[in-house]
Design a protein around this ligand. Sequence first.
Ligand code: FES
Length: 79
Amino acid sequence: MIVCSCNIISDHDIRGALVSTDDELFSAAQVYDCLGCTVRCGRCSHSVKRILDERPAQASTVIDQSDGARAASRRRGQA
Ligand code: FES
């Protein structure tokens, strides 16, 4: 889903930036800087903030998926 129509940035782009950078990103401006663009009209800032706030839940989801993949491998006798 497009979050920022000024820069044509999707929620997937933002989540990818959060995962791929070694820097902690705390604001929409930092996210946009990481993506090589700037905040223009600012209408997207609440949506970007919401995605930033979702990070801990996503991290546990990734861990859960990883655990699920390991469990599936064990069931197949591959672990
Ligand atoms: S919608 Fe993101 S800067 Fe305008």
